[in-house]
Design a protein around this ligand. Structure first.
Ligand code: UDP
Length: 318
């Protein structure tokens, strides 16, 4: 099988490319290196099962040409990371809306199945507990960059879903919750690589706000297994699945765990939200995935603990 992975030089996309090639599939990666990186795919360069095309999902003729040449499209290209969204809200919106529209149009034109990578950000600030695929979206003003990102990704999902419902396009959607692991970088805001990188340099670890906010972190290797199970199954057509780990930890506890595991002498430094992000930025107090649907339909559960995640990121950064 030949796959097109948009954003295949990015953090999750490149791990998907590795996994598909390892099982004998062919992969074409389309990436413009906006947040992706050539290092993420350097191990694949020269592999006869691999092809790289530098370009954008906003280039519809290129996207169509590549879509025609493959059997299946996996859409991972997006503007990602809290810092990217806050710094470049308009560019992020255009990439996430027009880019996905292009991917769906090309997939529909050539009748190719397509997986849309979405995000737990679509739930907004719904902090009511474990979020299942039907949980409500709770958003602030669309003029705030975080919520405009949430809007864009949610519209991507709606558009994909109605291509399935109205035009019979083979669509699948996955929502990633705080996926972390080797190759993820901290420049765009992601907390775990930021903490591990600071710990390895014995530099201060910056906890934003009180540190009582919590998240659940899923190892990218577990997430990749889930994605392959989703794309390989007919039970997943026209469906959306949460992918995440439901073990919850506060950000302050995460900072201590990172310091302990890396045997670092870093100190924890609390930073006010106003200093960390642009004015008006809202953080989420809690975000926990309900993963019972993917467990029930496909039998997937995450296998790797937070300690394994931290160790793998530390090994990668060293
Ligand atoms: N965070 C932090 N220090 C950092 C980066 C992030 O305390 O250097 C916090 C951030 O405010 C949030 C949590 O860690 O409460 C997770 O942030 P991330 O951007 O990784 O994920 P998201 O907020 O999108 O879940």
């Amino acid at each position: 099988m030949k796959y097109l992975i948009t954003g295949g030089a990015g953090f999750i996309g490149s791990h998907i490319a590795d996994a598909l090639i390892a099982r004998g599939d062919y992969v074409v990666v389309l990436d413009n290196f906006s947040t992706g990186n050539s290092h993420n795919i350097e191990q694949l360069v020269g592999n006869p099962q691999f092809e790289f095309v530098q370009g954008s999902i906003l280039d519809l003729p290129l996207l169509k040409q590549l879509t025609e040449s493959v059997d299946h499209v996996l859409h991972f290209a997006a503007a990602v990371g809290v810092f990217t969204i806050v710094d470049k809200p308009l560019e992020s919106l255009i990439t996430n809306l027009r880019g996905t529209e292009n991917v769906l149009e090309a997939a529909h034109q050539y009748g190719k199945p397509v997986l849309i990578a979405s995000t737990s950000e679509i739930y907004g600030k719904n902090g009511s507990g474990a979020l299942n695929e039907e949980s409500d979206r709770v958003l602030g003003s669309p003029l705030k960059s975080r919520w405009s990102y949430s809007e864009a990704k949610a519209i991507d999902e709606s558009m994909a879903y109605f291509y399935f419902a109205e035009k019979k396009l083979a669509v699948r959607i996955v929502r990633f919750f705080n996926t972390v692991g080797p190759r993820q970088v901290g420049h765009y805001g992601m907390v775990v690589p930021r903490f591990v990188s600071a710990a390895l340099k014995n530099e201060p670890i910056t906890v934003y706000g009180t540190g009582s906010q919590s998240r659940c972190f899923c190892h990218v290797a577990d997430a990749v297994t889930a994605v392959l199970m989703v794309i390989d199954s007919d039970l997943t057509l026209g469906e959306v699945f949460n992918i995440g780990n439901d073990e919850e930890i506060t950000i302050e506890a995460l900072a201590h765990e990172v310091i302990d595991l890396t045997r670092s002498s870093s100190q924890i430094e609390k930073v006010l939200y106003e200093k960390a992000y642009a004015v008006g930025f809202e953080d989420l107090q809690r975000r926990i995935p309900d993963i019972s649907k993917i467990k029930k339909v496909l039998g997937w559960t995450p296998k790797r603990s937070l300690d394994v995640i931290i160790k793998d990121i530390a090994d990668h950064l060293k």
